[in-house]
Design a protein around this ligand. Structure first.
Ligand SMILES: O=C(O)c1cc(C(=O)O)c2c(n1)C(=O)C(=O)c1cc(C(=O)O)[nH]c1-2
Length: 243
């Protein structure tokens, strides 16, 4: 027997319930919030997250390419501007770069991606590839981890000035900008998801998509934990073969 669909309210509550698996609960972020990460561990996080930041607009462009609906494309386009910027606004990638500089990294180190760990790269690429190949509504649904992002951005804005006073305060502007941008994005993403995933089976598939995205975010933190907390980066203890 097929189960009846959840009401939109119940479906939304179940999507929001996945917040219990958000990377805000990952030990790396828990330590970050407690203020116990070293300068190198913060820098490692910022340099690795840089890869996520530069991949988001490419992910959004892939969604646009798959979307035949003009109204959706008009709205979604704003997300690319939010990250890439335009003549009037610097955009999120530049704001993230300024965060990196405020943490003591230089622009060329960030842009070279030489600190990006393979595990982070694989996880982020899995997200971009999912969006490239999935129906656009599935891709919209996968952005819904943003439901939970304002809480983690607020946590950083409230906690970092006291816990990491060596980070220059204006570097935190990225998190401030995301508070309004994420709110707007989530309204749209949620409306598309509630309208598109109608049957119980479809609703369950939507939950599985958000879970996949939660795994992407979690795996990124796992890779950073292994490298910067356990001190065991890729090829640790190995000898590089002669060139
Ligand atoms: O700092 C964070 O914890 C965090 C998480 C997420 C997320 O939940 O995917 C995003 C962001 N930040 C973010 O800044 C951002 O622009 C963003 C876009 C998206 C997306 O999937 O389209 N997620 C996120």
């Amino acid at each position: 027997m097929t189960e009846p669909a959840w009401s939109p309210e119940e479906f939304e509550a179940r999507l929001r319930g996945l917040g219990s698996l958000y990377h805000i609960h990952h030990p790396y972020h828990v330590r970050m919030h407690e203020g116990t990460l070293s300068r190198e561990q913060i820098q490692g996080w910022v340099a690795n997250r840089y890869y996520y930041q530069i991949s988001i607009p490419r992910k959004d462009a892939a969604l646009l390419a798959n979307c035949p609906d003009r109204d959706t494309r008009r709205r979604w386009l704003q997300r690319i501007v939010d990250h890439d910027g335009n003549a009037d606004q610097e955009g999120g990638i530049e704001a993230w770069t300024r965060l990196g500089i405020a943490c003591g990294l230089d622009r060329s180190t960030l842009e070279s991606q030489r600190m990006v760990l393979p595990g982070v790269r694989f996880a982020v690429d899995a997200y971009v590839n999912f969006v490239r190949t999935a129906p656009w509504q599935d891709a919209v649904c996968s952005s819904l981890t943003e439901l939970f992002a304002p809480t983690i951005h607020r946590q950083r804005l409230a906690g970092w000035p006291d816990r990491y006073p060596w980070i220059e305060a204006d570097g935190l502007q990225y998190f401030r900008n995301r508070l309004t941008e994420a709110h707007r994005d989530v309204q749209h993403g949620l409306a598309v998801t509630l309208a598109h995933f109608r049957s119980r089976a479809e609703q369950q598939r939507a939950l599985a998509i958000v879970r996949f995205k939660l795994e992407v975010l979690w795996c990124m933190c796992d890779a950073m934990w292994t490298a910067y907390i356990d001190g065991c980066p890729p090829f640790h203890g190995c000898t590089e073969p002669a060139p």
